[in-house]
Ligand binder design. Sequence first.
Ligand code: UT7
Length: 331
Amino acid sequence: MQKIHAAITAVGGYVPDYVMTNAEMETMVDTSDEWIQSRTGIKERRILKGEGKGTSDMAVEAVKQILEKKNLKPTDIELLICATTTPDFVFPATANVITDKLGMTNAFGYDVSAACSGFLFALTTASQFIESGRYKKIIVVGGDKMSSILNYDDRTTCIIFGDGCGAVLLEPDTEGYGVIDSILRSDGNGRQYLYQKAGGSVKPASMETVMNKEHYVYQEGQTVFKFAVKNMAEVAAEVMERNQLTASDVAWLVPHQANKRIITATYERMGLAPEKVMINIDRYGNTTNGTLPLCLWEWEKQLHKGDNIILAAFGGGFTWGATYIKWAYDS
Ligand code: UT7
């Protein structure tokens, strides 16, 4: 019997309407459009406005597109995994909120927490359920409302991130298309360089933690940058080597959108031409778990059946990884 692979068969995405430009950033912190563009590649990012709106609201819009594209009923979905760092609540899982809002009464759901690598970790996990033969329709969501954990007085972090969410549908394939290989890594020693200091069980929320602004993203940018450049580039090259792929075999690189300079280092290490690299950091900034599926969503129409695609990510934790997909359909 042919091996079952988990094939992405549809992509959905959602970015909020509100565009926060670098010019608006200049009115909030001591920064400049020139600095932000030259150091990160970002021109603008999207922000989810509105009282009571969370990550699940963006996810619902992304998943609805998939259901419409594939003419599926919510009850056809068996499992939904949501990768997010900004869940609606500490508990229950945002996946549960999404499935409830969409009426996916036959699906179970849970969240995956691996910071910016979360989508790759969730995609790999979901693929195992498909490969086992027991599950036929799984949705993987990656998204974040980063604006909910950003300190808009801290110019070193608030300029980088934005809000957005993407989703993919996974179905079984026996013709050799789908998720072929993944290399995932983590190193908890890196947690000190990129994390949220309070709000977990070690330091629950208190008046003091709020006053000290400990519920926001804390990042030692340069250190994270160095680890990201090295590890994202290396793991992407490793997944190519392990699958005997040369640069000319690769149709697309889908890199995590943290910093244009990290993306450049990665595709150069892989020997790829810039035309083969999906880059939308200029318009969306770093949407954390949203970056990879949002790229697939924007480029979906340019993808062809049989394309070799490498996804690569690096994030807090530290976590990093690369996944090799043989694309399963022409749009
Ligand atoms: O997605 C998860 C993983 N995260 C990442 O991969 C992010 C990795 N890190 C980075 O992308 C970069 O380190 C940053 C974009 C965060 C910062 O860029 P950098 O080139 O590493 O800047 P830096 O921290 O070395 O700071 C250089 C200078 C400093 O001034 P002095 O000390 O040289 O006078 C900063 O104070 O730039 C200053 N600076 C700014 N200036 C204007 C820092 N942020 C800003 C700003 N506007 N927003």
